[in-house]
Design a protein around this ligand. Structure first.
Ligand code: H2U
Ligand code: ZN
Length: 352
């Protein structure tokens, strides 16, 4: 496409997947590298930290002791935002004050026994163990009659409010479909009903044709900066096959998913040669027992960093009161990401 209008002029873009709009202001920063690249202190964590509540064999805050786990480890969050036993309530006062009970389960997943590793530093077979655990958790939680959505996510880095550097993620499984996947469901359903085709499959075909926003590919998955990206280096991983959820992945797809997670997170760490903070999560069909042919499995990565290891994009002011805005175009972010080394900076000779 190489559209000079989209590259130069202020414009708004539609997020076909969730129905939102984003304001893009390319004229404000034609070159994404205006700021100086600050080096931050290298994080030298030990492989085992006796004070870490996620390390094998250590006690958690609630008093329970972690087993001497060797691969992944999952447990019920000791301070879960959701609880299984909640009184049934449905409040509606004059159509203005609405509330209702929300049952659920919160789980914490340790990705590795090693306190000092992160996804990009792990091997594909070790990342595959996380994928397998996500699949089994999705299935067992989703099978519960009252669980209608399973949100798998990772919150990485102190900048994102992550409380512990030990590699871990979370799962919140609940009664109601939360806001973001619910918005995506509306859009996907509408497209599917009108075109008898997956919205994301059609979108992926367009992206593969244009090759402007693609950042990584393998046999089963494509990673790209979405046309409607809000965060400077936002990435979405989309499965090439139209499948509704991670429980439908073949063995090959699970391996390829692990490989794609590694590729994307290595790329991220190489942007500023630091452990790149982000919130990432899987979006897939609800577990309400309905078929949901409209749903297409994908994963979002929302990293806050903008110009350097310390300068983040703030979602304040106009973003809070109007709608999200960005300067760097998704196309230039994709170009930047694509051009980075495929080898983690810590493993290259030039690395710190
Ligand atoms: P973050 O991903 O936000 O750092 O969260 C880690 C989770 O671990 C957090 O939700 C839980 C916190 O409630 N946690 C436990 O379940 N047990 C503990 O002993 C400490 C923290
Ligand atoms: Zn640890």
């Amino acid at each position: 496409m190489n559209n000079s209008f989209l590259a130069d002029q202020p414009h708004h873009r539609f997020n076909t997947l969730n129905g939102d709009w984003v304001l893009v202001s390319p004229h404000r920063s034609k070159r994404p590298w205006q700021g100086k690249v600050e080096k931050v202190e290298e994080d030298n964590r030990p492989a085992y930290d006796p004070t870490c509540y996620l390390c094998p064999g250590n006690a958690r805050v609630g008093g329970e002791e972690n087993p001497a786990y060797k691969g992944t480890f999952v447990f019920n969050n000791d301070f879960g935002a959701l609880q299984e036993n909640v009184e049934e309530q449905d409040i509606n006062i004059g159509g203005l004050l609405k509330a209702g009970s929300e049952r659920g389960i919160c789980r914490v997943i340790c990705f590795s026994p090693r306190h000092d590793l992160t996804l990009p530093e792990m091997t594909v077979p070790d990342i595959r163990k996380i994928v397998d655990l996500w699949v089994s958790e999705f299935q067992t939680l989703g099978e519960k009659a009252y669980i209608n959505y399973v949100q798998i996510f990772e919150n990485k880095g102190a900048m994102m409010g992550c409380s512990n550097p030990h590699p871990h993620g979370q799962i919140w499984a609940q009664q109601h479909v939360p806001l973001e996947p619910a918005k995506e469901e509306v859009q996907q359903k509408k497209y599917y009903q009108e075109n008898n085709k997956s919205l994301l499959l059609a979108y992926l075909e367009l992206e593969l044709g244009q090759q402007e926003r693609i950042v990584a590919e393998n046999q089963s998955f494509v990673a790209l900066v979405p046309f409607w990206a809000v965060w400077p280096y936002e990435v979405m991983i989309i499965s090439r096959r139209h499948i509704q959820h991670i429980g439908m992945m073949t063995e090959q797809e699970k391996d390829d998913y692990a490989d794609m997670l590694r590729q994307v997170t290595i790329m991220y760490d190489n942007v500023f040669e630091i452990s790149f903070p982000y919130s990432a999560g899987i979006h897939q069909s609800p577990t309400d027992g309905e078929p949901h042919p409209e749903w297409h499995l994908h994963m979002h990565f929302y990293p806050p960093l903008l110009r350097s290891a310390t300068v983040k994009k703030f979602m304040v002011g106009y973003e809070m009161l109007g709608n999200p805005q960005r300067d760097i175009t998704p196309e230039s972010s994709a170009e930047k990401l694509r051009g980075l080394s495929k080898v983690h900076y810590k493993k290259t000779s030039g690395g710190k």
